[in-house]
Design a protein around this ligand. Structure first.
Ligand code: NAD
Ligand code: IPM
Ligand code: MN
Length: 369
């Protein structure tokens, strides 16, 4: 298998965690004789500094001709004063639009080895395994009109929340298909008691459910969902929701796992798929070697699954993450003070790469017998 991967490390801890994801992919390539070709390109604040734009044309062209895009994170305090369209974050939004992926899959899993790290009680989070399907190209993020209004351009501001039936249907279809391969339950999250867009969302998802009789659909208001995620996360299988609700609920769901640094994502449905950890550039951690790379590494596993159809290799990375956690290795964000094995970002990456290699060796030895 040959995969050309555009690597957009970005800002803050982006380069640190992406480097570890690439290390694990390289370890796998060596074992299975896959050829993974990595090309670095600029995005976000670093791209503004070098090219004067958060999403340079060179980066856009490279991503659109790659097999997959692996992103770290964007955003830095020095750009926070800029208007939205000139901030590093707009580079990420332009990238998402250019690639066309509308379904952002964000798994939130309670790993047995770190159940105790969650601020929620173990008996609540144990066994939780949720897939959040976040609509990624619509809603308030992209709706027009938008901007500041008024005489001095600052007295009021507007954003537009708009969804078409087609936009809802296409992401809902992917969510139903994902649910069909899991526990066959979908919770569609909206605010249909207040918003017309949510009423359309609810109606469209309900209509589509007829095509998936094996999947059970429930509807839930977003405020109630925020509560149930914390009090009974095991009640969820697939959560389907619109762009902004998905952004917020996925960060909240990180509390089930124990740290935002653990969460991975894949954006599918467009021309080229995009893989990125859920977390941001964490300026508070950047350059200190303390960031958790497991979200980025798990995103690389999703890359192998969705862009390479390398199911075994993807499972190997996920299993390697579990083994390393079971062995007690922790970056500071998932350290409960009990394991005694706190490691750096690069040590964590090396441990996962080593575990992946050992698993592959064991499998070859088994087959050779
Ligand atoms: P953040 O996700 O960067 O950090 C939130 C909290 O989680 C911080 O306490 C941070 O230390 C911790 N954290 C995040 N990633 C971690 C990791 N890998 N290991 C350990 N701890 C981790 O969110 P923020 O602080 O609100 O935003 C910082 C910048 O990142 C902003 O400019 C924001 O716009 C941007 N951002 C970018 C993305 C992205 O590129 N996909 C996502 C979210 C935020
Ligand atoms: C995320 C981030 C982005 C989003 C920002 C940085 C544009 O928070 O990927 O969750 O809101 O989608
Ligand atoms: Mn977010």
């Amino acid at each position: 298998m040959k995969l050309r991967i555009a690597v957009l490390a970005g800002d803050g801890i982006g380069p640190e965690v992406t480097c570890e994801a690439v290390r694990v992919l390289n370890a796998l390539a060596g074992i299975h004789e896959h050829s993974f070709e990595f090309r670095d390109h600029a995005i976000g604040g670093t791209a503004i500094k070098t090219f004067g734009s958060p999403f340079p044309t060179e980066t856009a062209d490279a991503c659109l001709t790659a097999d997959a895009v692996l992103l770290g994170a964007v955003g830095a305090p020095e750009f926070d004063h800029l208007p939205a369209s000139r901030r590093p974050e707009s580079g990420l939004l332009q990238l998402r639009q250019a690639l066309g992926g509308f379904a952002n899959l964000r798994p939130a899993i309670s790993y047995p080895g770190i159940v105790g790290v969650s601020p929620l009680r173990a008996e609540i989070v144990q066994g939780a395994d949720i897939l959040i399907v976040r609509e990624l190209l619509g809603g308030l993020y992209f709706g027009e009109p938008r901007g500041f209004l008024g005489e001095n351009g600052k007295s009021s501001a507007v954003n537009t929340l708009r969804y078409s039936v087609e936009e809802i249907e296409r992401v809902a279809r992917l969510a139903f298909e994902a649910a069909a391969g899991r526990q066959k339950r979908i919770t569609s999250v909206d605010k249909a008691n207040v918003l017309e867009t949510s009423q359309l969302w609810r109606q469209t998802v309900s209509d589509l459910a007829a095509d998936y009789p094996e999947v059970t659909l429930e509807h839930m208001y977003v405020d109630a969902c925020a509560l149930h995620l914390m009090t009974n996360p095991r009640r969820f299988d697939v959560i389907l929701t619109e762009n902004l609700f998905g952004d917020i609920l996925s960060d909240e769901a990180a509390a089930i796992t124990g740290s935002l640094g653990m969460l991975a994502s894949a954006t599918i449905g467009g021309a080229i798929n995009l893989y990125e950890p859920v977390h941001g550039s964490a300026p508070d951690l950047a350059g200190r070697g303390v960031a958790n790379p497991l979200g980025a590494i798990a995103s690389a596993a999703m890359l192998l699954l969705y862009s390479g159809e390398l199911e075994q290799e993807a499972v190997d990375i996920e299993t390697a993450i579990e083994l390393v956690l079971d062995a007690g290795y922790r970056t500071p964000d998932i350290d409960d003070g009990k394991s005694g094995r706190v490691v750096s970002t690069s040590e964590m990456g090396a441990l996962v790469a080593e575990a992946v290699a050992q698993m592959a060796d064991a499998r070859y030895a088994y087959h050779a017998v």
